[in-house]
Every structure is written in structure tokens, then in C-alpha cells.
Ligand binder design. Structure first.
Ligand SMILES: O=C(O)C[C@H](O)C(=O)O
Ligand code: SF4
Length: 513
């Protein structure tokens, strides 16, 4: 097993930086279906560029490299203790090399372990099988889409679709509702794994196992195949679209598994995975640990960029107004902006997410934030030999988590723009209107695309919060994002949510009897 550790490292790097062929194919199909010139088409075009950049740079597709979860099948007699130790070493090395973001946080103190190791992380499941070789699968599922997982206990009364009973049609309603409730916050268009039955734990496990199926496989169970086909056809009618911007494509894949349950329980568990669907697998020689085979069509060249001419067509033709702003920004400049405008930011901006927002509620800011831009982002950073920091991956994080704080913080410090993804709620919308600020939606997961706009690290505060939660002061050039909440009380997110709830109600009548 001389090569085992190196093979684990290679699997981590490949998973984090290169989307497999079946996932690329699904994204390519989405691009072909989406109306040219819309916000959704523009976002998909950015996503496609980002996928190519990540492969080329060998850098994380998304800055949130998730909870590394390994599923390993071993022949009888394989030493699992040694393998575990070597997986830890490989995870540590991949973190040092900025292929993984340090993502393991003490739940009580908030301290980041810095190397992705700690109680419960990474997740490693071993199982024996009768073959002579080793199969090792890895999924890197980020926190934003993990937050959109949902578990239903049937019977239930569900918003939009009404009563869901303990039968196939009740399950259908749960799945449609699951896609609706995720909106764009889990970086749609996404993939879902569904587990029917089990208990609360095994139901979710079954749902996550479905995410290891190939996007293009066919379910051998007839009822489930029909249900998968139904969901794929109808979920896209919800009109949520890429990043929740509205559009034709909301779901890229749906895989459903079933297991027995207790008489009293009937769970339907749904695991939501963002478009940055990073999972890969290898078959290893059990004596040397060398990689014999890649699963999920690694390196299979599926061009997600659609070629230059078509890409240009996707980007053009909308009625988007583009406004270039240099920080610090004035209230007058903000009041000019409307939902739908594209804003290009140049100048100094500051990252801030959960820990910082909580802190700023009752403390001062270490830097002047008047006229400034706060970016909801937890980047992957690397320090060079001269001690200088570089941004390796830096897409937005889900903004709604800052809803309790954002409005107050905007006003307290004179912030004029917030960049994030997924939108924010009524409290923030009101504050944007009263104070004169905007919410800018960046494309979730496009971490390479945005990293290239972040030219220089001017400084950092609160390193004690850990790299993702620290406040990074960054010089930007050409950072483009879309106004989705303006200072006149308009919110694209509120509109899409309302609209999609009405559309969800179309699916109330029974389909599977
Ligand atoms: O933690 C992050 O950087 C992003 C997270 O995965 C999210 O989707 O909000
Ligand atoms: S930011 Fe989006 S793409 Fe990245 S892990 Fe979170 S949900 Fe996935």
C-alpha cells in the first residue's frame, strides 16, 4: 500500500478541481435549454467558464470544498486503521496546498482546526466486499446546499401541494416541495438524492448514496424510474432557474432510492447538491494502493462552454444595463440602481460572513466601512514564501444567514452594497430602502471566476476566526454581480419565490394513484 496516500491525495485534487463528465453533460444540456440572453443564461455561462478555469488552474471549483466524505469498499483483511491514518495525511496535505479550504470548525468555540481534521471530519465509511481491489469514492458537498436538505415525515401538510400521504403520490409531493424550498440558495440548478424509508439517520444516508449514482443511469425499480422522470420533467416548471434568477432549468438530476421503514415512521429524505457536484471515485490495487481506474468519466472532455459563438449569444441580447462603480460608493450612485442591472465593482472591498456579522453588532469595525462593499465570502487563501496572501478561490456564500444582522450593520457602518448569493429577506430589504444600499447577487460556486477579479490582498483582520470567517480586505477589478434587491423596495428573490409557490400549486392533484 505504498501508493495509497498519494492516490487519496490525487482523488481529492481531482474531485475538488475537475467536474466529472456526467455532471458536465448535465450542465451543458442546461445551457442548451436556457433562453439566450437571460440572467440565467448569463449565470450558466459564468459557471461554464468557472468549470474550465478550475480544471486549468487545478484549483477548487467552489471555495466551499465541503465535508470530505469517503465511501470505501475493501477486501477482507485490508488494514482500515492504516488507511484511515493515510486519508488524514492526504486531507491535511490537500488543505496545505489550497485544494481544500480549512472547513473543520469546533462547534462550541468556533475555532477552525486549520487542516480539515477534527471530531467527525472527514467522514470515512468502510465496508467489506468480495472483490480483491479497493473502491474509494469521495464527495465534497458544500455547506450551502447541505443546509437545503430536507426530511419529511409522512403524512404531512405541505405548502403549495397540500396533503402528502403515505404513498407514492405523497412522496412525489415531498420531492416537488423540496426543490421549491431550496429556491436558488443551494446554488441551483442542482441535483437531488432522495431516500424513501429508513429512520431519520439511514434515510438521509440513503439520500446521499443516491448522489453517487451516475447522472445518466436508469433506475431499475419501475415506480422509482417513473417518479424520477416525472420530477425531472416537472421540477423545471417551477421557474426558479439558475441561482434563483428565474428560468427554464432548476434541476439537473433526481435519483431516488428506497429501503424498509418502521410501521410508525415514513420518512422522505432529500439531499440537495449544488451544480458544483463534486464526486469522484477510483479503483485501487489492494497491494500497492495504486489507481487502476477512475469512475465517473474523469478527464472525459465534455465542453461546457458550448463554443465561442454560442457562448457569446448566451451572454448577449438581454436588456441589462451595466454600471461600473468605484469604491467608496455614494448614496446617489446606489439610488440610481434597479433590480436587473449588472454592477461592476472596482476598488477595495471587504469579506465578512457569519462570525464577523455577529461581532459587528456590538463592536466597532477595524476599518472604515463608509461607502464600502461587504462580500459574503469565505475564500481559500494561500500564503507565499514572502508572507503575502493570495486568493485561490472566492465565490459568494449564502446571504440569508446574515438576515438577523445585515440591516443593522448596513446602517451602523454606512455600507452601500452587499455581495452574496441567494438573496436576503424583508428586514434587509427595508434597510436597503431606508439607508440607500443594494444587494448584489454573485454566481454561487464561481470561485475561480471571482478569484481572478480579486487582484491584491491589502490586509486581514480577525484571523482568529479562521481563514473562511476572517475579514479580508481585497482590491478588486471588474467584479460583476447583478442587482437583485435595490433601494426602492424591489426584490427579485421575493418575486421568484412568490411565483414559484404559485407554480408549485399546479402539482397538487394526484398523479400516481
Ligand atoms: O461556505 C461557503 O463558502 C459557501 C457555502 O457552501 C454556501 O453555499 O453558502
Ligand atoms: S457556494 Fe454554492 S456551489 Fe459552492 S458549495 Fe455552496 S452551494 Fe455548492
Amino acid at each position: 500500500m505504498r501508493h495509497f496516500q498519494e492516490s487519496v491525495y490525487r482523488l481529492i485534487v481531482e474531485t475538488s478541481t475537475n467536474l466529472p463528465g456526467d455532471v458536465r453533460q448535465a450542465i451543458r444540456k442546461a445551457r442548451e435549454l436556457e433562453d439566450k440572453g437571460t440572467r440565467a443564461a448569463l449565470s450558466l455561462s459564468t459557471i461554464a467558464n468557472n468549470i474550465e478555469m478550475a480544471e486549468y488552474n487545478v484549483s477548487p471549483i467552489c471555495q466551499d470544498t465541503g465535508m470530505p466524505t469517503f465511501i470505501i469498499h475493501v477486501p477482507v483483511g485490508a488494514n482500515q486503521i492504516v488507511m484511515k491514518q493515510q486519508i488524514y495525511e492526504a486531507v491535511k496535505r490537500a488543505t496545505q496546498d489550497s485544494k481544500l479550504r480549512p472547513n473543520s470548525v469546533d462547534s462550541l468555540t468556533g475555532a477552525n482546526s486549520g487542516d480539515n481534521l477534527g471530531p467527525g471530519t472527514p467522514v470515512i465509511h468502510f465496508e467489506q466486499w468480495e472483490r480483491d481491489d479497493i473502491e474509494m469514492k469521495l464527495i465534497l458537498k458544500g455547506g450551502g446546499c447541505e443546509n437545503k436538505n430536507i426530511q419529511y415525515s409522512l403524512p404531512a401538510e405541505l405548502e403549495g401541494v397540500g396533503k402528502a400521504g403515505r404513498d407514492l403520490d405523497g412522496i412525489r409531493k415531498c420531492i416537488m416541495h423540496a426543490v421549491y424550498q431550496a429556491q436558488g440558495q443551494g446554488c441551483s440548478a442542482g441535483f437531488i438524492g432522495v431516500g424513501i424509508g429508513g429512520d431519520r439517520t439511514t434515510g438521509y444516508e440513503l439520500a446521499k448514496q443516491q448522489l453517487f449514482r451516475r447522472v445518466d443511469d436508469v433506475n431499475p425499480v419501475k415506480e422509482l424510474r417513473q417518479l424520477e422522470e416525472y420530477v425531472m420533467e416537472n421540477a423545471n416548471k417551477l421557474g426558479i432557474g439558475t441561482m434563483g434568477f428565474g428560468g427554464e432549468v432548476t434541476l439537473l438530476g433526481c435519483k431516488i432510492g428506497v429501503m424498509n421503514r418502521l410501521p410508525a415512521s415514513f420518512f422522505v429524505s432529500v439531499a440537495y447538491n449544488c451544480w458544483a457536484y463534486r464526486r469522484q471515485g477510483v479503483i485501487l490495487d489492494a497491494s500497492t494502493g495504486e489507481i487502476k481506474e477512475w469512475q465517473y468519466s474523469a478527464g472525459e472532455k465534455v465542453d461546457v462552454t458550448l463554443g465561442e459563438a454560442e457562448s457569446a449569444a448566451a451572454d448577449q441580447g438581454g436588456e441589462r444595463r451595466q454600471v461600473v462603480l468605484q469604491t467608496p460608493i455614494t448614496e446617489e450612485q446606489i439610488r440610481e440602481l434597479r433590480v436587473g442591472d449588472v454592477v461592476v465593482i472596482n476598488g477595495l472591498i471587504h469579506t465578512g460572513r457569519d462570525a464577523l456579522h455577529k461581532y459587528l453588532m456590538d463592536h466597532d469595525s477595524p476599518v472604515d466601512l463608509n461607502g464600502s462593499v461587504i462580500y459574503h465570502c469565505g475564500p481559500v487563501m494561500q500564503k507565499d514564501e514572502n508572507g503575502e496572501w493570495h486568493v485561490k478561490a472566492a465565490g459568494p456564500t449564502t446571504s440569508i444567514r446574515e438576515e438577523p444582522y445585515q440591516g443593522d450593520i448596513l446602517k451602523k457602518f454606512g455600507i452601500r452594497a452587499v455581495i452574496g448569493k441567494g438573496g436576503m429577506g424583508p428586514k434587509t430589504l427595508k434597510a436597503l430602502q431606508e439607508h440607500g444600499a443594494v444587494y448584489l447577487n454573485a454566481i454561487g460556486g464561481a470561485a475561480q471566476y471571482y478569484a481572478q477579479c480579486l487582484k491584491k490582498v491589502e490586509g486581514v483582520d480577525f484571523m482568529e476566526f479562521g481563514i473562511p470567517e476572517a475579514m479580508w480586505h481585497l482590491q478588486t477589478e471588474g467584479f460583476a454581480a447583478i442587482v437583485t434587491m435595490d433601494s426602492h423596495g424591489n426584490s427579485l428573490h421575493a418575486d421568484v419565490e412568490k411565483d414559484s409557490l404559485e407554480k408549485l400549486a399546479q402539482f397538487k392533484e394526484p398523479v400516481f394513484k
